[in-house]
Design a protein around this ligand. Sequence first.
Ligand code: PLP
Length: 385
Amino acid sequence: MKDKKHAFATRAIHDGQEAEPLTGAISVPIYATSTYLQDELGKPRQGYEYARVSNPTRDRLETNLASLEGGSSAHVFASGMAAINALCTTLKAGDHVVCSHNVYGGVPRLFNQILTNYRLEFSYVDTSDLNAVERAIQRNTKFLYVETPTNPLMTISDIAAISRIARRRGAEVVVDNTFMSPYFQQPIALGADMVVHSTTKFLNGHSDGLGGVIVCTKPEHAERFRFIQKSAGAILSPFECFLVLRGVKTLAVRMEQHEKNGRAVAQFLNGQRKVERVFYPGLPEHPQHELAKKQMTGFGALITFETGSLKNAKRLLGRVRVCSLGESLGGVETLISHPATMTHAALGEKGRKAIGITDGLVRISVGIEDVFDILEDLEQAIKAI
Ligand SMILES: Cc1ncc(COP(=O)(O)O)c(C=O)c1O
Protein backbone atom coordinates (compact mmCIF):
# COMPACT_ATOMS: atom_id res chain seq x y z
CA MET A 1 0.00 0.00 0.00
CA LYS A 2 2.91 2.33 0.77
CA ASP A 3 4.25 3.15 -2.71
CA LYS A 4 1.13 4.28 -4.47
CA LYS A 5 -1.07 7.22 -3.51
CA HIS A 6 -4.50 5.69 -3.45
CA ALA A 7 -7.84 7.43 -3.73
CA PHE A 8 -9.45 9.03 -0.67
CA ALA A 9 -11.80 6.19 0.32
CA THR A 10 -8.94 3.68 0.14
CA ARG A 11 -6.61 5.86 2.20
CA ALA A 12 -9.34 6.35 4.80
CA ILE A 13 -9.46 2.60 5.33
CA HIS A 14 -5.78 1.73 4.92
CA ASP A 15 -3.44 4.64 5.75
CA GLY A 16 -2.27 4.24 9.33
CA GLN A 17 -4.77 1.37 9.56
CA GLU A 18 -2.39 -1.44 8.48
CA ALA A 19 -2.83 -4.79 10.21
CA GLU A 20 -1.06 -5.09 13.55
CA PRO A 21 2.29 -6.88 13.01
CA LEU A 22 2.22 -9.27 16.01
CA THR A 23 -1.07 -11.08 15.33
CA GLY A 24 -2.30 -9.63 12.05
CA ALA A 25 -5.28 -8.02 13.84
CA ILE A 26 -7.00 -6.20 11.01
CA SER A 27 -8.23 -3.36 13.19
CA VAL A 28 -5.83 -1.06 15.04
CA PRO A 29 -5.51 -2.18 18.69
CA ILE A 30 -6.24 0.19 21.54
CA TYR A 31 -2.91 0.45 23.34
CA ALA A 32 -4.31 1.05 26.82
CA THR A 33 -1.05 1.73 28.59
CA SER A 34 0.41 4.67 30.42
CA THR A 35 4.05 3.55 30.08
CA TYR A 36 6.26 1.06 28.20
CA LEU A 37 8.83 -1.53 29.22
CA GLN A 38 12.32 -0.32 28.30
CA ASP A 39 14.82 -2.88 26.94
CA GLU A 40 17.67 -1.30 28.89
CA LEU A 41 18.46 2.02 30.50
CA GLY A 42 18.02 4.75 27.91
CA LYS A 43 16.67 2.29 25.29
CA PRO A 44 12.89 2.58 25.00
CA ARG A 45 11.46 0.00 22.59
CA GLN A 46 10.75 1.64 19.21
CA GLY A 47 10.94 5.03 20.88
CA TYR A 48 7.87 4.52 23.11
CA GLU A 49 8.58 5.91 26.59
CA TYR A 50 5.43 7.34 28.13
CA ALA A 51 1.88 7.60 26.76
CA ARG A 52 1.57 11.39 27.01
CA VAL A 53 4.52 11.58 24.59
CA SER A 54 3.39 8.87 22.18
CA ASN A 55 1.04 5.95 21.84
CA PRO A 56 0.76 3.55 18.87
CA THR A 57 -3.03 3.98 18.49
CA ARG A 58 -2.54 7.74 18.42
CA ASP A 59 0.33 7.45 15.92
CA ARG A 60 -1.91 5.47 13.59
CA LEU A 61 -4.68 8.06 13.75
CA GLU A 62 -2.22 10.90 13.15
CA THR A 63 -0.84 9.10 10.08
CA ASN A 64 -4.34 8.56 8.77
CA LEU A 65 -5.52 12.16 9.24
CA ALA A 66 -2.33 13.64 7.74
CA SER A 67 -2.97 11.51 4.66
CA LEU A 68 -6.64 12.47 4.35
CA GLU A 69 -5.93 16.20 4.61
CA GLY A 70 -2.81 16.04 2.40
CA GLY A 71 -0.56 17.36 5.19
CA SER A 72 2.87 16.21 6.30
CA SER A 73 1.84 15.46 9.89
CA ALA A 74 -1.18 15.52 12.19
CA HIS A 75 -1.42 15.98 15.96
CA VAL A 76 -4.50 14.96 17.90
CA PHE A 77 -5.84 16.58 21.05
CA ALA A 78 -8.55 15.93 23.62
CA SER A 79 -11.14 18.08 21.82
CA GLY A 80 -11.43 20.53 18.96
CA MET A 81 -11.00 23.40 21.42
CA ALA A 82 -7.89 21.75 22.91
CA ALA A 83 -6.43 21.61 19.37
CA ILE A 84 -7.24 25.28 18.70
CA ASN A 85 -5.78 26.24 22.07
CA ALA A 86 -2.61 24.24 21.30
CA LEU A 87 -2.37 26.05 17.97
CA CYS A 88 -2.44 29.41 19.77
CA THR A 89 0.24 28.37 22.27
CA THR A 90 2.70 28.57 19.36
CA LEU A 91 2.11 32.35 19.44
CA LYS A 92 3.89 34.85 21.66
CA ALA A 93 2.58 37.82 23.64
CA GLY A 94 2.00 40.69 21.20
CA ASP A 95 1.14 38.43 18.23
CA HIS A 96 -2.08 39.05 16.34
CA VAL A 97 -4.64 36.76 14.69
CA VAL A 98 -7.24 37.70 12.08
CA CYS A 99 -10.28 35.49 12.61
CA SER A 100 -13.46 34.89 10.58
CA HIS A 101 -16.23 36.79 12.33
CA ASN A 102 -18.87 34.11 12.56
CA VAL A 103 -16.95 31.06 13.68
CA TYR A 104 -18.04 28.44 16.22
CA GLY A 105 -18.87 30.43 19.39
CA GLY A 106 -16.31 28.57 21.53
CA VAL A 107 -13.47 30.03 19.45
CA PRO A 108 -14.04 33.74 20.30
CA ARG A 109 -14.75 32.66 23.90
CA LEU A 110 -11.27 31.09 24.07
CA PHE A 111 -9.66 34.01 22.25
CA ASN A 112 -11.42 36.87 24.09
CA GLN A 113 -11.86 35.48 27.58
CA ILE A 114 -8.63 33.49 28.01
CA LEU A 115 -5.94 34.19 25.42
CA THR A 116 -6.16 37.98 25.50
CA ASN A 117 -4.99 37.66 29.13
CA TYR A 118 -1.70 36.45 27.64
CA ARG A 119 -1.50 39.55 25.44
CA LEU A 120 -2.49 37.79 22.23
CA GLU A 121 -4.53 40.07 19.97
CA PHE A 122 -7.51 39.12 17.80
CA SER A 123 -9.46 40.93 15.08
CA TYR A 124 -12.71 39.58 13.69
CA VAL A 125 -13.57 40.22 10.07
CA ASP A 126 -15.83 38.88 7.38
CA THR A 127 -13.22 36.67 5.69
CA SER A 128 -15.50 36.26 2.65
CA ASP A 129 -14.49 39.88 1.94
CA LEU A 130 -10.89 39.78 0.70
CA ASN A 131 -10.44 43.54 1.11
CA ALA A 132 -11.49 43.26 4.76
CA VAL A 133 -8.93 40.47 5.25
CA GLU A 134 -6.20 42.57 3.62
CA ARG A 135 -7.09 45.61 5.76
CA ALA A 136 -7.14 43.59 9.01
CA ILE A 137 -3.60 42.28 8.62
CA GLN A 138 -1.10 44.07 10.85
CA ARG A 139 2.67 43.90 11.15
CA ASN A 140 2.29 41.44 14.06
CA THR A 141 -0.33 39.20 12.35
CA LYS A 142 0.75 35.58 12.50
CA PHE A 143 -2.39 33.64 11.59
CA LEU A 144 -5.42 34.14 9.40
CA TYR A 145 -7.88 31.81 11.13
CA VAL A 146 -10.66 30.89 8.74
CA GLU A 147 -13.75 28.78 9.22
CA THR A 148 -15.46 27.99 5.92
CA PRO A 149 -18.34 27.50 5.63
CA THR A 150 -18.93 29.57 8.75
CA ASN A 151 -20.98 28.43 11.68
CA PRO A 152 -23.96 28.93 11.51
CA LEU A 153 -24.47 31.26 8.54
CA MET A 154 -22.66 29.12 5.94
CA THR A 155 -20.64 31.99 4.52
CA ILE A 156 -17.82 30.78 2.27
CA SER A 157 -14.31 32.25 2.33
CA ASP A 158 -12.00 31.84 -0.65
CA ILE A 159 -9.17 29.70 0.78
CA ALA A 160 -6.88 30.02 -2.25
CA ALA A 161 -7.20 33.82 -2.41
CA ILE A 162 -6.72 34.22 1.36
CA SER A 163 -3.66 31.97 1.21
CA ARG A 164 -2.15 34.17 -1.51
CA ILE A 165 -2.75 37.29 0.60
CA ALA A 166 -1.26 35.60 3.67
CA ARG A 167 1.85 34.49 1.80
CA ARG A 168 2.44 38.00 0.49
CA ARG A 169 1.93 39.51 3.96
CA GLY A 170 4.03 36.96 5.88
CA ALA A 171 1.19 35.29 7.81
CA GLU A 172 -0.04 31.70 7.85
CA VAL A 173 -3.50 30.41 7.05
CA VAL A 174 -5.30 28.02 9.38
CA VAL A 175 -8.61 26.57 8.17
CA ASP A 176 -11.19 24.93 10.41
CA ASN A 177 -12.39 22.17 8.07
CA THR A 178 -14.84 20.58 10.51
CA PHE A 179 -17.99 21.30 8.49
CA MET A 180 -16.81 19.88 5.18
CA SER A 181 -14.37 17.18 6.33
CA PRO A 182 -11.41 16.39 4.06
CA TYR A 183 -13.82 14.44 1.86
CA PHE A 184 -15.43 17.62 0.48
CA GLN A 185 -12.73 20.25 1.05
CA GLN A 186 -8.94 20.09 0.94
CA PRO A 187 -7.64 23.41 2.34
CA ILE A 188 -3.95 22.43 2.14
CA ALA A 189 -4.25 21.72 -1.60
CA LEU A 190 -5.79 25.21 -1.91
CA GLY A 191 -2.78 26.81 -0.17
CA ALA A 192 -3.56 26.71 3.58
CA ASP A 193 -0.66 26.10 5.97
CA MET A 194 -2.63 24.22 8.61
CA VAL A 195 -6.02 22.61 9.08
CA VAL A 196 -7.88 22.10 12.34
CA HIS A 197 -10.88 19.90 13.05
CA SER A 198 -13.17 19.02 15.82
CA THR A 199 -12.89 15.26 15.15
CA THR A 200 -15.95 15.06 17.43
CA LYS A 201 -17.97 15.78 14.28
CA PHE A 202 -17.82 14.07 10.84
CA LEU A 203 -14.43 12.38 11.33
CA ASN A 204 -15.70 10.39 14.31
CA GLY A 205 -19.17 10.51 12.81
CA HIS A 206 -21.07 8.66 15.52
CA SER A 207 -21.36 11.27 18.31
CA ASP A 208 -19.53 9.01 20.76
CA GLY A 209 -16.28 10.84 21.48
CA LEU A 210 -14.64 14.26 21.59
CA GLY A 211 -11.40 15.03 19.79
CA GLY A 212 -9.44 17.58 17.82
CA VAL A 213 -6.61 17.62 15.31
CA ILE A 214 -4.11 20.03 13.79
CA VAL A 215 -2.77 18.97 10.40
CA CYS A 216 0.44 20.74 9.34
CA THR A 217 2.60 21.14 6.29
CA LYS A 218 5.97 22.14 7.78
CA PRO A 219 8.47 20.07 9.82
CA GLU A 220 8.98 22.94 12.29
CA HIS A 221 5.24 22.92 13.06
CA ALA A 222 5.27 19.15 13.56
CA GLU A 223 8.15 19.43 16.00
CA ARG A 224 6.39 22.22 17.89
CA PHE A 225 3.06 20.38 18.16
CA ARG A 226 4.74 17.16 19.31
CA PHE A 227 6.46 19.24 22.00
CA ILE A 228 3.13 20.84 22.99
CA GLN A 229 1.45 17.41 23.21
CA LYS A 230 4.22 16.20 25.48
CA SER A 231 4.49 19.36 27.57
CA ALA A 232 0.89 20.57 27.89
CA GLY A 233 -0.60 17.08 27.71
CA ALA A 234 -4.09 17.65 26.28
CA ILE A 235 -3.68 14.57 24.06
CA LEU A 236 -6.41 12.29 22.73
CA SER A 237 -6.84 9.01 24.62
CA PRO A 238 -6.12 5.70 22.82
CA PHE A 239 -9.78 4.68 23.05
CA GLU A 240 -10.99 7.90 21.45
CA CYS A 241 -8.26 7.59 18.79
CA PHE A 242 -9.65 4.14 18.02
CA LEU A 243 -13.17 5.56 17.66
CA VAL A 244 -11.96 8.13 15.12
CA LEU A 245 -9.95 5.47 13.25
CA ARG A 246 -13.11 3.39 13.05
CA GLY A 247 -15.19 6.42 12.07
CA VAL A 248 -12.97 7.51 9.17
CA LYS A 249 -13.22 4.08 7.55
CA THR A 250 -16.77 5.02 6.51
CA LEU A 251 -16.17 8.76 6.04
CA ALA A 252 -16.51 8.64 2.25
CA VAL A 253 -19.82 6.76 2.20
CA ARG A 254 -21.20 8.71 5.14
CA MET A 255 -20.37 12.08 3.56
CA GLU A 256 -22.02 11.06 0.28
CA GLN A 257 -25.22 10.14 2.13
CA HIS A 258 -25.07 13.18 4.46
CA GLU A 259 -24.89 15.47 1.46
CA LYS A 260 -27.57 13.65 -0.54
CA ASN A 261 -29.93 14.04 2.43
CA GLY A 262 -28.63 17.58 3.05
CA ARG A 263 -29.54 18.72 -0.47
CA ALA A 264 -33.02 17.23 -0.17
CA VAL A 265 -33.63 18.91 3.20
CA ALA A 266 -32.33 22.28 1.94
CA GLN A 267 -34.63 22.13 -1.08
CA PHE A 268 -37.56 21.14 1.09
CA LEU A 269 -36.96 24.00 3.56
CA ASN A 270 -36.52 26.42 0.69
CA GLY A 271 -40.00 25.60 -0.53
CA GLN A 272 -41.67 26.16 2.85
CA ARG A 273 -43.75 29.34 3.14
CA LYS A 274 -43.08 29.59 6.89
CA VAL A 275 -39.30 29.39 6.47
CA GLU A 276 -38.05 32.90 5.72
CA ARG A 277 -34.55 32.06 4.51
CA VAL A 278 -32.34 29.02 4.04
CA PHE A 279 -28.55 29.20 4.36
CA TYR A 280 -27.00 26.30 2.40
CA PRO A 281 -24.10 26.67 -0.06
CA GLY A 282 -25.67 24.07 -2.36
CA LEU A 283 -28.63 26.31 -3.20
CA PRO A 284 -28.09 28.38 -6.38
CA GLU A 285 -29.34 31.49 -4.53
CA HIS A 286 -26.59 31.19 -1.88
CA PRO A 287 -24.45 34.32 -2.49
CA GLN A 288 -21.27 32.24 -2.82
CA HIS A 289 -22.67 29.21 -4.59
CA GLU A 290 -20.14 29.57 -7.43
CA LEU A 291 -17.18 29.79 -5.02
CA ALA A 292 -18.55 26.80 -3.10
CA LYS A 293 -18.68 24.81 -6.33
CA LYS A 294 -15.09 25.79 -7.09
CA GLN A 295 -13.46 25.02 -3.76
CA MET A 296 -15.60 22.16 -2.42
CA THR A 297 -16.54 18.87 -4.04
CA GLY A 298 -19.85 18.70 -2.16
CA PHE A 299 -22.02 21.07 -0.13
CA GLY A 300 -22.25 19.06 3.07
CA ALA A 301 -25.10 18.54 5.48
CA LEU A 302 -25.22 21.71 7.58
CA ILE A 303 -28.21 23.93 6.93
CA THR A 304 -29.38 26.98 8.84
CA PHE A 305 -32.83 28.48 8.38
CA GLU A 306 -34.78 31.47 9.63
CA THR A 307 -38.06 30.79 11.40
CA GLY A 308 -38.75 34.48 12.10
CA SER A 309 -38.68 34.59 15.90
CA LEU A 310 -37.54 32.90 19.10
CA LYS A 311 -41.15 31.78 19.63
CA ASN A 312 -41.27 30.06 16.25
CA ALA A 313 -37.86 28.43 16.74
CA LYS A 314 -38.96 27.14 20.17
CA ARG A 315 -42.21 25.75 18.80
CA LEU A 316 -40.47 23.96 15.96
CA LEU A 317 -37.72 22.57 18.18
CA GLY A 318 -40.32 21.36 20.66
CA ARG A 319 -42.09 19.32 17.98
CA VAL A 320 -39.27 17.41 16.25
CA ARG A 321 -39.18 13.66 16.84
CA VAL A 322 -36.71 12.10 14.33
CA CYS A 323 -34.37 15.10 14.54
CA SER A 324 -32.71 15.26 17.97
CA LEU A 325 -32.51 18.60 19.74
CA GLY A 326 -28.88 18.94 20.77
CA GLU A 327 -25.58 20.72 20.24
CA SER A 328 -22.93 19.31 17.91
CA LEU A 329 -23.10 18.10 14.33
CA GLY A 330 -21.65 15.54 11.96
CA GLY A 331 -23.07 12.40 13.56
CA VAL A 332 -25.12 9.78 11.74
CA GLU A 333 -28.22 11.10 13.50
CA THR A 334 -29.89 14.36 12.49
CA LEU A 335 -29.17 17.00 15.12
CA ILE A 336 -31.10 20.23 15.33
CA SER A 337 -30.09 23.23 17.41
CA HIS A 338 -30.70 26.87 18.21
CA PRO A 339 -27.46 28.87 17.71
CA ALA A 340 -28.54 31.94 19.74
CA THR A 341 -29.08 30.00 22.97
CA MET A 342 -26.74 27.07 22.35
CA THR A 343 -23.52 27.21 20.27
CA HIS A 344 -23.38 31.02 20.12
CA ALA A 345 -24.78 31.95 23.54
CA ALA A 346 -21.31 33.04 24.73
CA LEU A 347 -21.24 35.88 22.15
CA GLY A 348 -24.01 37.76 23.96
CA GLU A 349 -26.93 39.47 22.24
CA LYS A 350 -24.83 42.32 20.88
CA GLY A 351 -22.13 40.02 19.54
CA ARG A 352 -24.70 37.84 17.79
CA LYS A 353 -26.52 40.81 16.32
CA ALA A 354 -23.27 42.19 14.89
CA ILE A 355 -22.78 39.06 12.79
CA GLY A 356 -26.39 38.38 11.87
CA ILE A 357 -27.27 35.55 14.25
CA THR A 358 -30.94 36.11 15.06
CA ASP A 359 -33.14 34.43 17.68
CA GLY A 360 -35.17 32.78 14.94
CA LEU A 361 -32.30 30.84 13.38
CA VAL A 362 -32.31 27.06 13.58
CA ARG A 363 -29.36 24.92 12.49
CA ILE A 364 -29.69 21.37 11.33
CA SER A 365 -26.96 18.78 10.83
CA VAL A 366 -28.62 16.34 8.50
CA GLY A 367 -27.89 12.74 9.37
CA ILE A 368 -28.05 9.58 7.31
CA GLU A 369 -31.47 8.30 8.37
CA ASP A 370 -33.99 7.66 5.61
CA VAL A 371 -34.49 11.13 4.19
CA PHE A 372 -38.29 10.73 3.95
CA ASP A 373 -38.49 10.32 7.72
CA ILE A 374 -36.41 13.49 8.22
CA LEU A 375 -38.59 15.46 5.78
CA GLU A 376 -41.81 14.22 7.31
CA ASP A 377 -40.55 15.15 10.77
CA LEU A 378 -39.61 18.67 9.67
CA GLU A 379 -42.91 19.10 7.84
CA GLN A 380 -44.97 18.31 10.94
CA ALA A 381 -42.70 20.48 13.15
CA ILE A 382 -42.93 23.48 10.79
CA LYS A 383 -46.73 23.29 11.06
CA ALA A 384 -46.30 24.32 14.71
CA ILE A 385 -44.89 27.72 13.70
C1 PLP B 1 -16.50 24.27 13.53
C2 PLP B 1 -16.11 23.86 14.92
N1 PLP B 1 -14.83 23.97 15.30
C3 PLP B 1 -14.44 23.61 16.55
C4 PLP B 1 -15.33 23.14 17.48
C5 PLP B 1 -14.87 22.74 18.86
O1 PLP B 1 -14.73 21.36 18.92
P1 PLP B 1 -14.95 20.46 20.26
O2 PLP B 1 -16.38 20.57 20.63
O3 PLP B 1 -14.53 19.10 19.81
O4 PLP B 1 -14.04 21.02 21.30
C6 PLP B 1 -16.68 22.99 17.11
C7 PLP B 1 -17.67 22.48 18.09
O5 PLP B 1 -18.86 22.47 17.86
C8 PLP B 1 -17.08 23.37 15.81
O6 PLP B 1 -18.36 23.28 15.41
